[in-house]
Design a protein around this ligand. Sequence first.
Ligand code: GTP
Ligand code: MG
Length: 216
Amino acid sequence: MSVFEKFKRGLTKTRDFVSAQFNRLAAEFGHFDDDMLDELEMTLIQADCGITASTESIEAIREHIRNTGDDSQAGVIGALHETLSSMLTERKLTLERGRLTIYLMVGVNGTGKTTTSAKLAQRAKREQFRVMMAAADTFRAAAIDQLKVWGERTQTAVIAHDMGSDPAAVVFDAIQSAKARGTELLIVDTAGRLHTKKNLMDELAKIRRVIDREAP
Ligand SMILES: Nc1nc2c(ncn2[C@@H]2O[C@H](COP(=O)(O)OP(=O)(O)OP(=O)(O)O)[C@@H](O)[C@H]2O)c(=O)[nH]1
Ligand SMILES: [Mg+2]
């Protein structure tokens, strides 16, 4: 199976969900009004398009309708297609040669922090930056091993302590090591968390303080 086919298969559920909702909305009147566009916005958000991208897409559709008067199903699909495609342009990494930049990977459980850490490491290395990763998810032993495997695959050094240790201490060590080695990108992989868990948010604040103090 090609990479492209894998992506297509992975996105089948999302696509089916969005098109089912879209068709349900369009089937009611055959054209889109304000309330239906609000619903379409909710559908995009539920399909993980992200708040900003969803809001901007719907705004672009509203503008399309204002400008052309075309609120048909086909017109709305066309406008949505165009605005989403235009967002998918490749962005350059904002790194500076010879200077340490730190990416702190934060997010809800299972949203791809560790995988994205590896992708970013790979990409920065391809652009000839000196890269390191820090295993600041000390919550699960498997999380540390997972990052180490990505370290091997991408040939990136990984700073790790034992499971259960203080993630802020891992970050402290990683920054010292990054400075000593002239690292230009340090990617800090943290444990997944919900913003409602106070102790986990405090832990994150502590990591931030270490970064602000050691690598302002
Ligand atoms: N389809 C798809 N799957 C992904 C992507 N990124 C990560 N995954 C998968 O999603 C699952 C979770 O990814 P992780 O990178 O471990 O997520 P995480 O945020 O580090 O998870 P926690 O550390 O448990 O909070 C894994 O099975 C990944 O293979 C992506 O871009 N596309
Ligand atoms: Mg992870």
